[in-house]
Design a protein around this ligand. Structure first.
Ligand SMILES: Cc1ncc(C[n+]2csc(CCOP(=O)(O)OP(=O)(O)O)c2C)c(N)n1
Ligand SMILES: [Mg+2]
Length: 284
């Protein structure tokens, strides 16, 4: 665990690299939404989560639900770097018989706390788990990642309302506001206006930060620990495809099938970035 910003930046780059190497091995996958959330995963697994990779089902652990389950490649990279399983395993992403399916599956992958992928359902599940922890008297925290396009669904809003009514202050909702969903801009498809204003109105302690800045995400998550009696929401102002300029600049960057030489180029960019970074080696 580390609070060192340089180490967290490096971990974020390593998560991006892991996600891209896994997608490279399969030939296609969810590139944009894996990259936008890498910094948040680095902060969670590098600095925040009380977990034990040797005992993934430890009941007192903090939990992480990635409701945008298609960001599996980034989640798997974070878990591998944290020490849940060998890094090479994630290179079986989405292959027949793999334990690393395209979308997160708690029955297959150690460290995955909830099966997700059918968008809109993860919030209800995470709220139920957070409530369950409270009823059992555990001091565990729940961190939930939702997509901005995912919030087109009605179900999360029902669960947000319930979480606030229950004063679930062990819940932190991280909204990956990367402005795009599968086939276009969120604002064009079903304009959410301000997520921050909505979450505040629902009764959440709400912050909005630059979500591709590990410093800002770290500070915001730490600030949640000081606020009692309300669930927390952090709107992550991110870029879909963050960290690889060519992907950021590609309009359709949701699920991509890059030519082998193209994805090899992205992998090399990330390897070069990591080699040039100080911040030491991440110590799980
Ligand atoms: C209920 C449901 N409808 C449709 C899909 C197909 N789908 C997968 S990802 C996606 C877009 C999600 O957009 P967003 O939540 O913004 O994710 P991100 O931008 O972070 O990739 C869609 C429509 C799904 N997985 N579940
Ligand atoms: Mg999105």
């Amino acid at each position: 665990m580390t609070n060192n910003v340089n180490a967290l930046k490096k971990l974020a780059a390593q998560i991006r690299l892991g996600a891209m190497e896994a997608i490279q091995a399969r030939g296609f996958g969810h590139v944009g939404g894996s990259l936008s959330v890498a910094d948040t995963l680095a902060v969670l697994y590098g600095a925040i989560l009380r977990v034990d990779p040797n005992n993934p089902k430890w009941p007192e652990r903090d939990k992480m639900v990635c409701s945008k389950g298609h960001a599996g490649p980034a989640v798997y990279a974070a878990l591998a770097l944290k020490g849940y399983f060998p890094y090479e395993d994630i290179l079986t992403l989405n292959q027949p018989g793999t334990n690393f399916p395209s979308h997160c599956d708690r029955k297959k992958t150690p460290g995955v706390d909830m099966t997700t992928g059918s968008l809109g359902q993860g919030t209800s599940l995470a709220v139920g788990m957070a409530l369950g922890d409270r009823l059992k008297g555990r001091d565990s925290r729940m961190y939930l990642i939702v997509g901005d396009g995912e919030l087109n669904e009605g179900q999360p809003w029902e669960a947000f309302m319930f979480a606030a009514a229950q004063k679930l202050d062990n819940l932190t909702v991280l909204i990956d506001w990367n402005k795009k969903q599968l086939d276009g801009f969120v604002a064009d498809i079903n304009d959410p206006q301000s997520f921050a204003a909505k979450m505040e109105a629902f009764g959440f302690h709400t912050q909005q930060v630059k979500g591709n800045s590990v410093e800002e995400v770290l500070r915001a998550i730490q600030a949640c620990e000081e606020v009692k009696g309300r669930p927390h929401a952090i709107v992550l102002d991110t870029i879909k495809g963050a960290g690889i300029k060519e992907v950021e600049d590609t309009f359709s960057n949701h699920s991509m099938t890059p030519k082998p030489e193209v994805i090899q180029g992205w992998v090399q960019i990330l390897r070069d970035q990591i080699a040039a970074m100080d911040g030491g080696v991440f110590d799980a």
